[in-house]
Design a protein. Structure first.
Length: 314
């Protein structure tokens, strides 16, 4: 547990000893049973909210209790090998003169804001809700880089789906499409509801969010709307890429089947000639039979091939 306390124009940094009446504090801790029990005794947070902190993978939510607000948002980050996206929960309590953030996984954006608050007394002087705005703004901005990278990947996939002319790399492209759709689904599921959380904090008249701070949360709402629109655009592009991929596959399959059918058609008369004259060669004079059969075998496929080429079937 680490604590920042603003009092008399100065910021003190320490632990639980700084949590006392007067001043404004920011408490950042992990969801350990000891820390959650201490928070319950000190701030009288609702047991259901503390239970949500103890259990990971909660849905995004905004809960208003008698003396506090409870928010759950998610920070989406790529795994170490960039093979998938991981969702890390960030819980926050906002009470009179106090901000409490709870997270099991280190959060680089929160750490940066925490350090800024420790060195700049003006941030906490504007109230704990302003520090919470700084955290949410940093987390939301961090998602832009992630979504932009996925958008670039989707555009490359769409170009590849349209330009391919052979079966080479088809399985790899299909895998890329499915991976991108899974990532966009996770982003849509986790990030889109966060807009409602920020919108709730931006409403005028909140008892724990001053109006001068609420306007900043509206800026975060605007950023989240842009993120959601970009995610939806990426999903639409992926759906188009999937349709184009299936269309290309069907077209190539149809072309291959047409060529195989024409080849079969070319050789079908040869089977007839071989079968017929194999049993009935004696109906022709000996000096004529062999030349007739050889001429039929040579001329028929050449004539059919030339006819199909003339008709542009081959």
């Amino acid at each position: 547990m680490r604590v920042l306390r603003w009092e008399d124009g100065k910021v003190l940094r320490g632990g639980r000893e700084l949590v006392r009446p007067g001043g404004q504090v920011w408490i950042d801790c992990a969801p350990t049973p000891d820390d959650l029990a201490w928070l319950g005794r000190t701030f009288h947070f609702h047991p259901l909210a503390l239970e949500d902190c103890a259990n990971e993978d909660q849905r995004v939510k905004f809960e208003q209790y008698a003396e506090s607000l409870f928010m759950v948002v998610h920070r989406i980050a790529p795994s170490a090998d960039d093979s998938e996206l991981l969702s890390h929960e960030l819980d926050a309590f906002l009470a009179a003169g106090a901000l409490v953030t709870v997270h099991a996984v280190p959060n680089a954006e929160l750490d940066a804001v925490f350090q800024a608050c420790a060195t700049d007394a003006e941030i906490l002087s504007r109230g704990p809700e302003f520090a919470l705005y700084r955290v949410y703004d940093a987390v939301t901005d961090a998602h832009f880089a992630l979504v932009d990278a996925l958008t670039d990947e989707v555009e490359q996939i769409a170009d590849a789906a349209v330009s391919r002319e052979s079966f080479e790399g088809e399985e790899d492209l299909l895998g890329r499409i499915l991976d991108a759709r899974r990532m966009h689904g996770l982003l849509r599921k986790r990030l889109s509801p966060q807009r409602e959380v920020f919108a709730a904090l931006s409403r005028p008249g909140q008892t724990l969010v001053r109006d001068q701070s609420a306007v900043y949360f509206r800026d975060v709402v605007d950023h989240m709307v842009r993120l959601t629109e970009e995610i939806d655009t990426g999903r639409d592009l992926l759906a188009s890429a999937m349709d184009a991929n299936l269309s290309q596959t069907n077209n190539r399959l149809s072309a291959v089947m047409a060529r195989l059918t024409l080849i079969s058609t070319i050789f079908l008369p040869l089977n007839f000639v071989a079968g017929f004259f194999g049993m009935n060669l004696q109906i022709l004079p000996a000096g004529v039979a062999v030349p007739v059969v050889l001429a039929s075998v040579l001329v028929t496929p050449v004539a059919l091939f030339a006819y199909f080429r003339h008709k542009r079937w081959l």
